[in-house]
Design a protein around this ligand. Structure first.
Ligand code: HEM
Length: 400
């Protein structure tokens, strides 16, 4: 019989002020007690928290755990099923109906074809930044617009619709608006996408959404797919670009090494993904009683997987809290694992490699324009971690 499990209180907890890139103390403490702890969901329901790398990976590959929204057992009331097309919150076979037609559009080969366009969009934003002479907010000048433009172009969102559309998406992804505002922003986004799908069906253009109208998916399903691609597609990458830059600025020796040796870029991107794990937590619900590390997860219980803590597991990574762009290891969980492993990971990698490299090459003296402790971070309630704004500046005569 195992001793009683460690218990983590209801999250969100707070990150350590000294290093805001680290997981909250409660989760680090939990990992010290073992890979799984008792946990109470914010809605009051009892559950489990997984903080160990190997255990998280095995749960993600285990069909006895479900991603279904309607099975989430975290609040007192039943949640509705995921809307048609929102396959992140579905199991097989529904999940494959939506993911399959998309896979070929996000392969390494397809992404290679996009490289030039990503370089071009990046260069335009760096030119505009340089013209201001600084300081600028790196979030609005660089981190947000680049992935937004790219995913909108892939999907086929017309250029002129982007500003208002971006505002709606920001409102429902940022984690900082009232419930009413959140619902209003979500509804407005849905309405916009419904109009977009109808327009693509009537007049197909050269983009993923138009291509998908040729298949057997309904308009409602296409709307759901577009929503998931947008929601998953730019907020994550935007936060990796801004928080990644902030992390490098706070680790000057790592930044200097990267600046000097472009061959370190790919490794730096992987290490930033692991170290920051901006997509912090995901849920799975047990479809039957499952034994995990000596504990029984009862049918219908929801477990939280802390990707951030798992990616700092000392049993998996040597000196896990160090940001080390030369680190060599086999895989991390920043893009998850199993059937829901990030569909857009090659796109995210491409954007990060191109944009981060170009930023540091263009501005060799890039630095924070405010003291580090004044950089405002997103609250832990936000699904995706990041900085709210990142004021940066540089020596104009040294910009290239
Ligand atoms: C799924 C992270 C960028 C599209 C996921 C999951 C994670 C993740 C952790 C899996 C969730 C789970 O297991 O339940 C990230 C990170 C990104 C990123 C950290 C940026 C650095 C993108 C981009 C796209 C995208 C650019 C654009 C196409 C998706 C989709 C899914 C997904 C469609 C759902 C896959 C499925 O359920 O089969 N992402 N993502 N992501 N991501 Fe990403």
């Amino acid at each position: 019989m195992s001793p009683s499990p460690h218990t983590v209180g209801t999250l969100p907890a707070h990150r350590p002020a000294a290093c805001p890139f680290d997981p909250p103390a409660e989760l680090r403490e939990a990992r010290r007690h073992g890979p799984i702890s008792r946990y109470t969901h914010p809605g009051g329901k009892p559950g489990w928290m997984i903080t160990g790398y190997d255990l998280a990976r095995s749960v993600l590959a285990d069909p006895r755990f479900s991603s279904r929204k309607d099975l989430l057992n975290v609040v007192d009331f039943s949640l509705p099923p995921a809307p048609p097309g929102e396959f992140l919150l579905m199991d097989e076979p529904q999940h494959s109906r939506y993911r399959k037609p998309l896979v070929g559009r996000f392969t390494v080969r397809r992404m290679r074809m996009l490289t030039e366009r990503v370089e071009q969009v990046t260069a335009e934003h760096l030119d505009a930044m340089a013209e201001t002479g600084g300081p600028v907010d790196l979030v609005t000048a660089f981190a947000k617009p680049i992935p937004t433009i790219v995913i909108c172009e892939i999907l086929g969102v017309p250029y002129e619709d982007r500003p208002s559309f971006q505002e709606q998406i920001d409102a429902f992804m940022g984690g900082e608006v009232s419930d009413e505002e959140l619902i209003a922003a979500y509804t407005a986004t849905q309405e916009y996408l419904a109009r977009l799908v109808a327009a693509k069906r009537a007049n197909p253009t050269d983009d993923v959404l138009s291509e998908l109208t040729a298949g057997d998916l309904t308009d409602e399903e296409l709307k759901g797919i577009s929503l998931i691609l947008l929601a998953a597609g730019f907020d994550t990458t935007a936060n990796m670009l801004s928080l990644g830059t902030y992390a490098l600025l706070r680790h000057p020796e790592q930044l200097a090494a990267l600046r000097e040796d472009p061959t370190l870029t790919d490794g730096a991107v992987e290490e930033l993904l692991r170290y920051l794990s901006v997509a912090k937590t995901f849920h799975r619900t047990a479809l039957e009683d499952v034994e995990l590390a000596g504990r029984t997860i009862e049918t219908g219980t929801t477990v939280v997987l802390s990707f951030h803590t798992a990616n700092r597991d000392p049993e998996r990574f040597a000196d896990p809290d160090a940001l080390d762009i030369r680190r060599t290891y086999d895989g991390h969980l920043a893009f998850s694992h199993g059937i829901h492993q990030c569909l857009g990971q090659q796109l995210a990698r491409l954007e990060m490699r191109v944009a981060l490299r170009a930023l540091i090459d263009r501005f060799p003296t890039l630095r924070l324009a405010v003291p580090a402790e004044e950089v405002a971070l997103r609250p832990e309630t936000a699904d995706i971690f990041g900085v709210k704004s990142l004021p940066v500046t540089w020596d104009e005569d040294q910009a290239v």
